[in-house]
Design a protein around this ligand. Structure first.
Ligand code: ADP
Ligand code: MG
Length: 678
């Protein structure tokens, strides 16, 4: 048997069963060996029949009096007695007439199932049965439960995995021996066998530790390798000009926070080096990342070089272009800022391209169109990426090819990445945290609202609007849907316009609208020609409307915590008090997540909460990427992460040839391709 063998090479697997396995993503015996259980049921303790208590039990007994009959409505019942030295119990199977012929009198079996009351008598209901042996698959053990599909249950899967055990036992070791020795990790083959058929709870724990260690180790190693590779690349040093920095700061309408000052300083230090900067600035919404980016850009522009500023949406790109133009005006750089987005006309694009190659445009603001189009990037020295997590290694290579050198890269994100996650996944990045918000900010007042309070809410909100403030309304859907009873943006728009706020100016914004329509609506809201903006999630990131103070989130129970925190950050961005109303679709209990949002304004704390409650995918979408899937390890396991990190660093320090470990090498290579943010 070899890993690439088709499943049909197994006993009892024909084309029909193989098709069902394919639904689960399993096509070869190797993939089957790798198909880990979702959970386990513990039937490992064998109890004498006389000592049984209601619940999930296992007995070892001989069968007697096996009989079957049809009862009302065509239901079939098989009954039997199972006796051991201590006594005897009743066994019942519903609609399994084949039991009648398959069960043998006086034969000793393991029986695992639920011991419960049925027809006023205790008995073992629908138990699994297996002949007594040293290696039972379905009974008298910690039983693995797999993800199943129609027509293929865990029992059938177990039977097939039982057949590939020789292959599992021969799986090659993937980690360096000095690591498995030092960390006392069980051999990979044994860990894999124990994941499927653990001999004990302790062994299962050790198997999980071993495989989890390997997962984290590979992630960390991948990001460290990326880091060291980047350190060997050349980037053009950007000289620091103190006068320019002071000039810029002097003309700001506010004082930089200490956090901003510190981060800008770190960036200037990075850019003075001949190695590419690879920094991530994490700052909660409203912490003032744009100014920090502008200061980085100015330093590059001063020497006649260029900066690309990439935003995730066109809307944001336009807004950033405006903001940057404004803040760079006092030092005379406003004319050097330009826009390059997909929605521009061909003529506009052509003229932008020309401005770039003439170096009239030094700060290009745009979406991915920036690097996809035929843009001259000879002078590009700095790339700033706002709220954009998936800027992969390929894009960076593209830029390198265009510019002839590696540009410095600055990532900005408002998604607070919990430390454990950041260290594991982004060890290659230098991380700066904007850990303080501008002093003039008041915490946003957040309240969970039951549907019955809607009228009362609207009255309060209208006072805000009457005072000249504005409101965002976010809905989970664009249009009405039969299967989702949630409020849609279209319906909300109609209700507010025709009924609740008919004396106010209401606008609608959603993802299906054309780019210029979206811009027009957004523009009207920004220039205060609208009081209320009803939107879907398109307003998610970055949009800055200082006069907006109310955020009403419809169907709040449907949204992720991080997402809602982001949205809440859209209001209260100036001196005015901000309000966030989490409107529930029904009167059910709001749950811990919404309560957390109500009580905390701290994005980092909320992210930690989400990580613990729902796992990394909830916090950081990238983790849903197949290569980064953690099947066994938990990112909350601080001890495991610490030892895996140590081992990864030691691997690099020892300068080992990773090709000695081909399986691990291949994993690491695949991870590197997706995690390299830049
Ligand atoms: P984010 O970090 O969410 O991108 P922005 O950069 O959009 O935040 O800044 C939010 C708002 O705060 C902007 O209107 C900006 O002008 C303002 N701001 C930035 N820094 C300060 C500061 N130090 N003091 C007061 N206001 C500031
Ligand atoms: Mg921003």
């Amino acid at each position: 048997m070899v890993v690439s063998d088709e499943l049909t090479s197994l006993k009892g697997v024909g084309p029909e069963v193989a098709r069902k396995f394919a639904v689960l993503g399993v096509r070869t015996v190797g993939q089957l060996a790798d198909y880990l259980p979702r959970r386990y049921e513990d039937y490992s303790v064998v109890t004498p029949t006389a000592k049984l208590r209601p619940g999930q039990v296992t007995v070892r007994a001989k069968l007697k009096d096996v009989s079957g009959r049809y009862v009302r409505r065509g239901m079939h019942i098989t009954e039997a007695a199972a006796s051991d030295a201590s006594g005897s119990i009743r066994l019942v199977w519903f609609n399994q007439p084949y039991r009648l012929t398959s069960l043998k009198h006086d034969q000793e079996y393991y029986l695992s199932g639920k011991f419960e009351l049925s027809n006023r008598r205790f008995g073992l209901m629908n138990p699994s049965v297996e002949l007594v042996s040293d290696f039972p698959l379905n009974v008298a053990r910690i039983v693995p439960i797999y993800r199943e599909t129609k027509g293929l249950n865990s029992r059938q899967i177990r039977k097939c995995i039982g057949q590939v055990l020789p292959l599992i036992r021969a799986l090659p070791e993937t980690l360096p021996a000095w690591i498995t020795e030092e960390e006392k990790l069980m051999p990979r083959a044994r860990a894999m066998e124990a994941m499927h058929f653990p001999a004990s709870a302790t062994e299962l724990e050790q198997a999980k530790r071993r495989l989890g260690f390997e997962e984290i180790y590979e992630l960390v190693l991948a990001s460290l390798l990326n880091k060291y590779e980047l350190m060997r690349e050349q980037a053009p040093p950007v000289a620091f000009d103190e006068k320019l920095a002071k000039d810029f700061v002097k003309h700001l309408p506010f004082q930089l926070t200490d956090a901003q000052r510190k981060v800008v300083w770190q960036i200037y230090q990075d850019m003075q080096k001949a190695q590419p900067m690879n920094r991530l600035v994490e700052g909660d919404v409203g912490s003032g990342k744009t100014v920090v980016a502008a200061m980085a850009a100015a330093m590059v522009m001063k020497d006649g070089h260029q900066v690309a500023f990439m935003a995730p949406t066109e809307l944001l790109a336009r807004q950033h272009a405006e903001t940057l133009t404004k803040v760079l005006a006092p030092i005379g750089y406003d004319k050097k800022v330009g826009l390059l987005v997909g929605g521009m006309s061909t003529a506009q694009k052509t003229s932008a391209h020309k401005a770039i190659s003439d170096n009239k445009m030094q700060l290009m603001v745009g979406t991915h169109a920036l690097i996809q189009e035929k843009v001259d990037m000879q002078r590009l020295e700095l790339v700033i990426i706002d709220e954009q997590h998936r800027f992969g290694v390929d894009q960076r290579k593209k830029l390198q090819a265009k510019a002839g050198h590696m540009p410095h890269v600055l990532n900005l994100t408002a998604t607070p990445i919990p430390r454990s996650l950041a260290l594991t996944l982004y060890g290659e990045l230098d991380i700066s945290v904007l850990d303080a918000k501008p002093a003039n900010r008041k915490p946003i007042i957040t309240e969970i609202c039951a549907p019955v309070s809607r009228k009362q809410r609207y009255e309060n909100i209208d006072k805000e609007l009457a005072a000249g403030r504005q409101m965002f309304v976010v809905c989970p859907l664009i249009a009405e849907s039969d299967n989702l009873p949630a409020m849609s943006a279209e319906k909300m728009y109609e209700q507010l316009t025709n009924k609740d706020f008919k004396h106010r100016r209401v606008g609608l914004l959603h993802g299906k609208m054309k780019a210029d329509e979206k811009n027009a609506v957004m523009q009207k809201f920004v220039s205060r020609d609208l009081d209320i903006l009803v939107a879907t999630t398109v307003i998610e990131v970055g949009v800055d409307v200082p006069n907006a103070t109310v955020m009403l989130i419809e169907g709040a129970e449907r949204f992720g915590l991080a997402q809602m925190h982001q949205r809440r950050g859209r209001v209260g961005r100036r001196e005015h008090q901000g309000y966030c109303y989490l409107m529930m679709s029904d009167s059910k209990s709001p749950g811990r997540r919404l309560r957390a949002l109500e009580t905390s304004n701290d994005g980092f704390r909320l992210a930690e909460f989400d990580l613990a409650e729902r796992g990394p995918g909830a916090v950081y979408g990238t983790l849903q990427h197949g290569e980064l899937d953690l099947r066994v390890a938990k990112l909350t396991d601080v001890k495991l992460i610490a030892s895996a990190r140590k081992a990864a660093q030691a691997t690099i320090d020892r300068n080992e040839d990773l090709l000695q470990y081909p399986v691990m090498y291949e994993h690491v290579r695949a991870i590197r391709a997706v995690t390299n943010l830049n």
